[in-house]
Design a protein around this ligand. Structure first.
Ligand SMILES: [Fe+2]
Ligand SMILES: [Fe+2]
Length: 411
């Protein structure tokens, strides 16, 4: 920091023509309390300087014209309480909104003020900024240190539906098998739609101080948009219309879409729902009767694994800080189970379609084999859910109970 007096002659440069940039630069290089002598003959220089200094928290007083030759001069004193860093930028009272680098201590705060609004994390925010009314604004509810890594991974793993799937592969399936594929795709599409809508709704409520989480949810919604695209395209590859959507399946999805609490929605959707779907998609890839079905299932599964990983990561962190939250997660499963008690659960047509795809034909031995494979699929889904529940600290008994109460619609 320079301590010697600084003089600037603006000449006839107007303060609003750029004179203020010269003054600002000079002040920035000075310690609080140090002074700059400003001279010039620009129009209304005194008025502009006084107004600007007031806004920036600096003081100004008349200087000696003699000091600057023929020019009128004023002395500007850099605010002693220049906020935050000694950057001399003025804006008194502007406070830093955490730090840009999430790994710095204190970078991501517990309860960011709503008046930080849309400011970049780490920016200095002028007092009086409007309240954006974010309702998802507590770190415990959303944050995971893994969000940035998962986001980067997600961006790098984006695939292009136009080129990643062998759409022009030539194949012809028996009508029943094609119908089964169309039915499964129809079911997948509505579930993927729920998986797009849910994070999207929370993004709009989320305090963007948790930038990495916002970005991850956005790319997750984009993943689901691609899943909807490829499943729709596979459904319509050989048929004019998709298959059947059932009231029970939609009732199950409605309970997810209507869940107002982010961590609970994330638990039900990402950990239990997408965790179960991941196993379903791998089953579909394995038993796909054609290369397009195999590809769309494989590609979607690879994205779902990330969605599950984020759900587990932020919930584990949440539970480490508030173990009592585990009971609320358990009661959310019970509540959802009760709400769906009188619905059919999984679309029976979907179940039959999975059976046929696993069987591969209508021969008795194949059907019997297909039935066993679907039973094994259900057991694997149950195993997967129990594993994830235990990762969240539920005991094996609790995990088994909760897994058995999970919606029969899988998602
Ligand atoms: Fe998906
Ligand atoms: Fe997903």
């Amino acid at each position: 920091m320079r301590l010697e007096p600084v003089r600037i002659d603006l000449g006839d440069l107007g303060f609003d023509e750029g004179g203020h940039l010269l003054v600002k630069r000079a002040l920035r290089r000075l310690s609080p309390g140090a002074e700059v002598e400003v001279g010039g003959t620009g129009p209304d220089l005194e008025l502009h300087l006084a107004t600007w200094c007031r806004a920036q928290g600096h003081r100004v007083r008349p200087g000696s014209p003699a000091a600057s030759g023929a020019l009128a001069a004023w002395i500007v004193t850099r605010a002693a309480d220049a906020p935050g860093e000694a950057d001399g930028l003025g804006w008194p009272g502007a406070a830093r909104a955490g730090h840009a680098d999430a790994s710095r201590p204190g970078a991501v705060v517990e309860h960011p003020p709503a008046t930080w609004g849309l400011a970049a994390r780490g920016a200095r925010v002028e007092p009086g900024s409007p309240d954006f009314g974010f309702t998802l604004a507590d770190r415990i509810e959303v944050w995971s240190d893994d969000a940035a890594r998962l986001y980067a991974q997600a961006v790098a793993a984006q695939w292009d539906p136009a080129t990643a799937v062998p759409w022009s592969a030539s194949f012809e399936l028996p009508d029943d098998v094609e119908d089964a594929v169309v039915q499964v795709m129809t079911y997948l599409i509505e579930n993927e739609t729920a998986a797009l809508v849910i994070p999207s709704r929370f993004i709009a409520r989320l305090h963007q101080h948790f930038r990495e989480v916002m970005q991850l949810l956005a790319v997750q919604a984009a993943d689901e948009a691609r899943h909807i695209e490829v499943f729709t395209r596979r459904a319509l590859l050989k048929r004019a219309e998709p298959g059947l959507s059932t009231a029970g399946g939609q009732a199950s999805l409605l309970t997810l879409v209507q869940e107002p609490d982010f961590p609970i929605a994330s638990f039900l959707l990402s950990v239990l729902g997408e965790g179960t779907f991941l196993i379903l998609l791998r089953f579909l890839e394995e038993h796909a009767p054609d290369p397009v079905t195999a590809a769309v299932s494989r590609l979607a599964a690879q994205d779902e694994a990330r969605h599950v990983a984020f759900g587990l990561a932020h919930l584990r962190r949440h539970l480490a800080e508030d173990p009592g939250f585990r009971a609320r997660l358990a009661s959310a499963v019970l509540r959802r189970h009760d709400a769906l008690r009188h619905t059919a659960g999984l679309n029976a047509e979907v179940f039959d379609a999975l059976h046929l795809l696993a069987a591969g034909s209508f021969a008795s031995s194949a059907l019997r084999q297909g039935h066993r494979k679907v039973q094994a699929l259900l057991a694997a889904m149950d195993q997967g859910r129990k594993g994830n529940l235990e990762r969240l600290g539920f005991s094996p008994t609790e995990a088994a109970d909760l897994s058995s109460l999970h919606t029969r619609n899988f998602m």
